[in-house]
Design a binder for this molecule. Structure first.
Ligand code: HEC
Length: 124
């Protein structure tokens, strides 16, 4: 019985630690998103120099109504997921040649990862 209780406690502790790790990653992502924030809002419908990134995961590239995208972005045929976002953030001009995002790319893979984890939280 004691053993059973102990293993339940271990499972619960592991779950709590995992949740904390996720929260920490999202907080790190929010901080790293500072590099994007000059141009991108995380709020729904609020465009800046770049389109709002609220709901970007699962969205067709260049499809947000009211934002004037480049032809390269609108015609890229991408639907944003973790892999395409990672490639685009790493090297915007390689992933979508001719797009108009004035950003050289983020070389730090860990930072890209936490930004993407944060972007995943921005949805209805
Ligand atoms: C100096 C301004 C600027 C910065 C900094 C910037 N972006 Fe952009 N971003 C843009 C513009 C402008 C576009 C639209 C490009 C086009 O239409 O060709 C864009 C487009 C995008 C898109 C496509 C969105 C869609 O609706 O299809 C994603 C995703 C994106 N940016 C992510 C990021 C991330 C993540 C960062 C930070 C690591 C970042 N951007 C930094 C200006 C910027």
């Amino acid at each position: 019985m004691l053993h059973r209780l102990l293993s339940i406690t271990v499972v619960l502790l592991a779950a709590t630690t995992a949740a904390r790790a996720d929260d920490a990653a999202i907080a790190a992502g929010k901080a790293a998103f500072g590099a994007c924030k000059v141009c991108h809002s995380a709020e729904k419908g609020k465009a800046g120099i770049g389109p709002s990134l609220y709901g970007v995961v699962g969205r067709k590239a260049g499809s947000l109504p009211g934002f004037s995208y480049s032809k390269a972005m609108a015609g890229s045929g991408i639907t944003w997921d973790a892999a395409s976002l990672d490639a685009y953030i790493a090297a915007p001009q390689t992933k979508v040649p001719g797009n108009r995002m004035p950003y050289g790319g983020l070389k730090d893979a860990a930072k890209r990862q936490v930004i993407i984890d944060y972007l995943k939280t921005l949805h209805d």
